[in-house]
Ligand binder design. Structure first.
Ligand code: KOT
Length: 807
């Protein structure tokens, strides 16, 4: 079908200024004289939203009339962050918006920074979903993202005496500028109750119901050519108050739906890569999944009448197992409502469903007690038994979904999906050889790889204007939609003048960050020092502990030779710990305690600083990443499924110090091994080493450097008021060290010194940094989405030619 043309609205001559003033007056009820910051920010946002609407509307219409197959991306998390700059950039209005706001006497940057950071996600999985929405729209693939409109996103982190405390996040305290409420799009979602079987037919009678109501946010891609919808569900009581129950004197029943509706979307579970196992979480999962399935079926029946055509119209992607109940729910509707035979229903559902696995960590694999799932979703448990029977009848040696009183959601998702994908080449290999080895043997063509990607619009164009302008000057302005073009910059890695400009852009970002750190953390840092950044959730497998131990070792080294030729460093940390994850919280406290000592040490303070600003989020990432020289990607090999921060840093010209884990492996291949600081055991070596009894003690005994650091911590060098504070942390390293910090410590330390040395060679460092930017075009999420479209969804673009680039 023809390309969507620029809608009339965008050709209007109305200057943006007038639109902002009109919104101030008619949407916010203020005039310029009395408007507060909030009013200005809302008026700007609403004006930008207006400019998206026509393109969005035309896209929706075009995908209906074109009978295009649609993608439905089901995700418990969408970590979208702020939108003003993102929307303005995508529709090409950044300069116009800034000029209009400035003319109105307001500070554009202050308005931009007033927007809450929508943190409807924990980390990688949620941010990936947000990048995918951007790429789906950019590529013109008709798609809908489905999730939950949490009232409170991820908690806000603060440090009190170095310890993490959690405060509720309140992004919805003010109106959300970008969404449209759709009260008419509501579905009844049931829970509990019983199943009635009559003449071979089943009917579920839920005990309680809530209404799922849609809130739509338009997602318009690069240059506004196509718009999709992010539809987030909110819960409402089915009836404000059940009058019949009330009149019967059953006060509790009368308000049950109200109570459930109020709790179900109240808060995002703050556990990243751990499974919470809470009943409310199961209800959240079913709530948004069922609403989404109802919604996509309603859309399907607008222009189809045979349900058997569903796989030609809908590709449903499960972002990990959280929406895995989609399989049984779809089967339930096909069998109980549309009267299909169970076997046919299972097969039909499978042809629609794809499942992405994001982790191999055993503690993250979802398992629901059978009794709990049966109590909340009795009909679904029956259907899961039928799915199990059908699988066992075809493959008697198949792993079980129902096992030791649990429902394994991974096995369920695998069995109900026609394709299962890992998120990096290494991860996919491990999915095949470990968690799903038996299922892979039975279904050898089901597992495929789709290495993650990131949107270059947010993660270069918007967050790094200095570098973006330089790149555009060199290679033109097509790169944000065709990131492979960055490879043309490789030619410039011998051009001294260009390398200087490249590093000048880095310098601008480092100065900006230095000022921010001074203002917000009260720490003076030197933009000439190497900025070494580790930002991600705090987890033992990500090994922030190894980073801080290495920092102490470096500090010791400087002390031993204070006049040595040391390369100054700023160690920057950012990240939250799950509130119940004690060890991660201890690691946070240790980093802060060590910072307190090192930052005030007169001998080293000009050579080594630690900065750990609280409340790391998408907005903070947008400032830290462009300013980084060194990117810490140091997880225990085999544990990080992919990582996506690693891609963002390399794209912005940081070098990686990292292990052969997740997508690091592929990043190193793309940027060239000479432009990457590799260290550490491989995934196979990790497995092998773990089989040796006492491997940690043996490794520490061979490393005087590490022994010294552990002794200092254990003696209370960093916690003199409570010397025993870190005894458990240190004891665990000697005796267990499940994530092999001890085994990789020395090679990590040595590689850091190699990085120090390389950083002093400014022009070769610049060439290496440039080769990182030039080498990672492949990690655009546009490439990833093309891969899903081709290998999993079998969908095309509604914009001519858009999917034809090499995937
Ligand atoms: C959380 C709970 C259960 C199952 C998986 C998760 C999960 C995995 N949350 N985030 N991840 C990360 O997903 C990213 C996107 O694929 C990866 O890059 C990263 O390695 C995962 O840890």
């Amino acid at each position: 079908m023809a390309r969507v043309t620029r809608p009339d609205r965008q050709d209007r001559t109305d200057p943006m200024k007038e639109e902002i003033l009109a919104h101030l007056r008619y949407s916010l009820g203020k005039d310029a004289e009395h408007a507060a910051l909030y009013d200005w920010r809302m008026a700007l946002s609403l004006s930008l939203r207006d400019r998206m609407v026509d393109s969005w509307y035309q896209s929706t219409k075009a995908s209906y009339t074109g009978h295009k197959k649609r993608v439905y991306y089901l995700s418990m998390e969408f970590l979208i962050g702020r939108l003003i700059e993102d929307v303005a950039a995508n529709i090409g209005l950044t300069d116009e918006a800034r000029a209009a706001v400035t003319e109105l006497g307001q500070d554009y940057d202050i308005l931009v920074h007033d927007e809450p950071d929508a943190a409807l996600g924990n980390g990688g999985l949620g941010r990936l979903a947000a990048c995918f929405m951007d790429s789906l729209a950019t590529l013109g693939i008709p798609a809908m993202g489905y999730g939950i409109r949490y009232e409170h996103g991820l908690f806000e982190q603060d440090f009190v005496e170095g310890q993490q405390i959690e405060k509720p996040e309140t992004w919805l305290a003010q109106r959300h500028a970008w969404e449209f409420e759709r009260p008419e799009v509501s579905y009844k979602i049931g829970f509990g109750g019983h199943v009635q079987h009559h003449e071979g037919k089943a009917k579920w009678h839920p005990h309680e119901t809530v209404l799922a109501t849609a809130f739509d946010t338009p997602v318009v891609g690069w240059q506004g050519r196509w718009g999709n919808t992010l539809r987030l569900w909110s819960a409402r009581p089915q009836k404000e108050f059940d009058l019949a129950s009330f009149n019967r004197g059953d006060y509790l029943a009368a308000s049950r739906s109200e109570a459930l509706a109020r709790t179900i979307c109240r808060v995002l579970y703050p556990d990243d890569t751990t499974e919470s196992g809470k009943e409310l979480r199961l209800k959240q999962e079913y709530f948004f999944t069922a609403a989404s399935i109802h919604d996509l079926l309603r859309r399907f029946f607008i222009d189809h009448d045979d349900i058997r055509a569903l796989p030609d119209a809908a590709a449903i992607q499960l972002n990990d197992t959280h929406p895995a109940i989609a399989g049984p729910e779809l089967v339930r509707i096909l069998v109980d409502i549309h009267g299909l035979e169970m076997a046919e229903a299972i097969e039909l559902a499978r042809r629609c469903l794809g499942y992405t696995n994001h982790t191999l960590l055993p503690e993250a694999l979802e398992r629901w007690p059978e009794w709990l799932l049966g109590r909340v979703l009795p009909r679904h448990l029956e259907i899961i038994r039928s799915i199990e029977d059908s699988q066992q009848s075809h493959h008697p040696d198949s792993p079980r979904i129902l096992d030791h009183g649990n429902v394994n959601m991974g096995e369920l998702a695998f069995i109900m999906a026609h394709k299962v994908n890992g998120v990096s080449a290494l991860h996919t290999d491990l999915v095949k050889s470990t968690v799903f080895a038996d299922l892979h043997r039975i279904h050898p063509n089901r597992i495929v790889n789709q290495t993650n990607g990131i949107t270059p619009r947010r993660w270069l164009y918007e967050c790094n204007p200095a570098l973006s302008k330089l790149i555009t000057r060199e290679i033109g302005d097509a790169w944000p939609a065709d990131l492979d073009q960055l490879s043309r910059l490789r030619d410039r890695s011998g051009d001294h003048g260009f390398l200087q400009e490249f590093m000048a852009a880095k310098r601008v970002n480092k100065e900006r960050l230095s000022n921010w750190v001074q203002e917000h953390c009260g720490i003076a840092i030197d933009p000439d020092a190497m900025f070494d950044v580790q930002i991600k959730r705090i987890h033992e497998y990500k090994r922030q502990l190894m980073n801080i131990l290495e920092t102490i070792a470096f500090w010791n080294e400087i002390h031993a030779n204070p006049n040595g030729n040391w390369t100054p460093r700023v160690k920057i940390f950012g990240g939250k710990a799950a509130p119940g994850y004690h060890v991660a919280k201890q690691i946070i406290r240790l980093i802060n305690d060590v910072a307190g000592v090192l930052n005030n040490d007169p001998v080293t303070k000009d050579l080594l600083k630690i900065v750990y600003p609280p409340n790391y989020n998408v907005t903070m990432a947008e400032m830290l990443i462009p300013a980084a020289d060194l990117s810490e990607q140091i997880s225990t090999a085999g544990k990080e499924a992919s990582g996506t921060g690693n891609m963002k840093f390399a794209l912005n010209g940081a070098l990686t110090i990292g292990t052969l884990d997740g997508a690091n492996v592929e990043i190193r291949d793309h940027v060239g091994p000479e432009n990457f600081f590799l260290f550490g055991l491989t995934a196979a070596e990790v497995t092998e080493r773990r089989s040796h009894h006492g491997y940690a003690r043996a490794a520490i005994e061979q490393s005087p450097r590490m022994q010294k650091v552990l002794a200092q911590i254990a003696e209370g060098r960093f916690s003199p008021e409570e010397p025993s504070r870190y005894h458990d942390l240190v004891g665990n390293l000697w005796d267990h060290d499940h994530f092999l910090v001890s085994c990789d410590f020395d090679t990590y330390f040595d590689m850091q010194r190699r990085a120090d040395e390389a950083f002093t060679q400014t022009s070769s460092w610049a060439a290496m940094a440039l080769n990182n930017t030039a080498g990672v075009g492949w990690f655009s999420s546009d490439r990833t989405i093309r891969g899903y479209a081709r290998d999993i969804w079998n969908v095309g673009s509604a914009i001519d030619g858009e999917l034809e680039q090499s995937a």
